[in-house]
Design a protein around this ligand. Structure first.
Ligand SMILES: [Zn+2]
Ligand SMILES: [Zn+2]
Length: 341
């Protein structure tokens, strides 16, 4: 079968790789759609952790080709069903797992990062990592289950209360998912800050009360014009030092700042501790997707979160480099590799 193998920084090659036999508890998934995100871009650039050589792709779904052998047959191990794959595999026995913090597992390994993932014609998946998809979730939509599951954890951590004013920095895939989740969490108004006009237009269509172009408008003044005390909640979805600092400045006293965007390793920002004290800020992080996969599928199934407005580009497996380039350049909200297209 054909796979996109990452073997060292700046080397992602489509090669032929033999498929090994299934082991106990594993299923074989024929990949229908595999989304590409910033993490894949960073892995290929060598700035994000991974265990090469490895087949990339951690945002994927497909059809169960072989249900393998499991002691207790899972619905996700039935041949012919469509499944989305949660790539993050916790060990279940470490300090964190035993406290229910599976996403902080000391032995966490991920499909598409440490173990062969979904940028391939077929992928071997532990059956318990697969979730059955409802019929109305199309293949293109299925690639959003994973990123949405991460955004849901982010919304849980942001602690939005009914009537809050929420500022989202960055109107990319995650920012636009956060916008929809924040509105559904009860935000009275969501302001999206995004330099690209196309993405600001989508944000408006998805119900942003206001969009701000940081290149032509003063974000601080505009937000304070709308909310003189500052925002109740600020969610940073960019990962740059400038937007992280801005996030802290935009929050009102008693407000919450969430650093959701992934910044490069070793980068730091100055924060005035007295301001955190005086404003009684809550600064929170959010890491991957503990127990949010089911909720993600439910929101997509119910049309509560929709991606119809999103700019999506599909690529064959052979076009994986182009797909990556599109994602890197911000030309698309989501590059999706369709190995059997
Ligand atoms: Zn991702
Ligand atoms: Zn663990």
């Amino acid at each position: 079968m054909k796979v996109a193998l990452f073997d060292r920084p700046h080397s992602l090659r489509v090669i032929e790789k033999p498929l090994r036999a299934l082991r106990e508890g594993e299923i074989l998934v024929k990949v229908e759609a595999c989304g590409i995100c910033g993490t894949d871009v960073h892995i290929v650039e060598g700035t994000s952790r991974s265990t090469p050589p490895v087949v990339l792709g951690h945002e994927y779904a497909g059809i169960v080709e072989d249900g393998g052998k499991t002691f207790s047959p899972l619905p996700s191990a039935k041949e012919g069903v469509r499944v989305a794959v949660d790539p993050n595999i916790a060990c279940g026995v470490c300090f964190y797992c035993r406290r229910g913090l599976v996403h902080l597992c000391s032995n966490l390994r991920a499909l598409g990062v440490d173990i062969d993932g979904g940028m391939a014609e077929y992928c071997i998946v532990p059956a318990h990592q697969a979730y059955v998809l409802p019929a109305n979730v199309a293949p293109e939509v299925s690639a959003f289950v994973e990123p949405l599951s991460c955004a849901i954890h982010g919304i849980d951590r942001a602690n939005i209360r009914a009537g809050d004013l929420v500022v989202i920095l960055g109107g990319g895939t995650i920012g636009l998912l956060m916008l929809q989740l924040a509105r559904n969490a009860g935000a009275a108004a969501v302001i999206v800050v995004e330099p690209l006009a196309e993405k600001r237009t989508i944000a408006s269509r998805l119900g942003a009360a206001l969009t701000i172009d940081p290149n032509t408008e003063d974000v601080h003044d505009t937000v304070l014009g709308r909310a003189p005390e500052g925002a109740d909640v600020v969610i940073e979805c960019v990962g740059k030092t400038t937007t992280m600092q801005l996030a802290v400045q935009l929050a009102r006293r008693g407000g919450t700042v969430e650093f959701f965007g992934v910044s490069p390793l070793g980068v730091s920002i100055p924060i005035e501790p007295n301001l955190v004290y005086f404003k009684e800020l809550s600064i929170v992080g959010s890491y991957i997707n503990p127990h949010t996969f089911d909720r993600s599928i439910a929101l997509l199934q119910g049309g509560v979160v929709n991606i119809e407005q999103f700019i999506i580009h599909n690529f064959p497996l052979a076009g994986v480099q182009d797909a990556l380039e599109h994602q890197r350049g911000g030309k698309t909200l989501k590059s999706i590799v369709r190995p059997h297209m």
